[in-house]
Write a protein that binds this ligand. Structure first.
Ligand code: 5GP
Ligand code: MG
Length: 181
């Protein structure tokens, strides 16, 4: 792994592919242990969680369903973007064990809002599974049930995560080079 340029910024290696895969497999085992016999409904959040979800579910053992959702900024408000609506929820989640799958929890605002929205549909349970968590950036209390890795408060790309739309296809995880930050 070497330095990469994504759009107009330099990023340096943070975590190699094998290390990412090891943590994803570990979390999949935890999910299998807890939900393997509960027919969970996975709700991955597009776009960032697509690659993580593909690998995670290949390791999940048991019956399950998947429904990708997207969080759209609420139009017509003067909000700074924190207020978002959940779109694409095709499945009926009433009485289901749902698992929200996210790429990264930063301030936690997005996740808190998503949980509150989903709760209105009366699922049997809501669990949160995130690839990465920035503990130092958390602004609100969010229950994180499954987490592949805790990371410092830096800007990350790769493995589904983007910088201005680019970098999602990188197999490893990269961090913004110190001189760019
Ligand atoms: P939060 O509402 O927790 O502050 O923001 C979560 C969302 O912000 C993530 O789902 C992700 O889309 C974006 N985000 C937060 N930190 C990073 C980061 O380091 N890199 C990238 N690419 N996106 C991030
Ligand atoms: Mg995300």
């Amino acid at each position: 792994m070497t330095k990469v340029i994504v759009k107009d910024k330099a990023f340096v290696p943070f975590l190699p592919e094998a290390a990412v895969q090891k943590e994803v497999a570990r979390v999949a085992r935890e999910l299998t242990r807890d939900l393997g016999d509960k027919s969970p409904l996975f709700l991955p959040v597009l776009n960032g969680a697509f690659m993580f979800t593909a690998d995670l579910l290949r390791h999940f053992e048991g019956a399950c369903e998947v429904c990708f959702i997207k969080l759209a900024s609420y139009a017509g408000t003067q909000s700074t973007g924190a207020v978002r609506e959940v779109i694409g929820l095709a499945a009926d989640i009433t009485g289901r064990h749902v698992v929200i799958v996210e790429d990264i929890v930063d301030s936690g605002l997005t996740m808190a809002h998503t949980i509150a929205t989903l709760r209105k549909h009366n699922p049997a349970s809501i669990s949160v599974c995130t690839l990465m968590l920035k503990p130092a950036a958390l602004h609100v209390e969010v229950p994180i049930d499954y987490c592949c890795m805790e990371i410092p408060n830096d800007f990350i790309v790769g493995y589904g995560l983007d910088y201005d739309g680019f970098g999602r296809n990188l197999r490893e995880i990269y961090v913004l080079a110190p001189q760019e930050a």
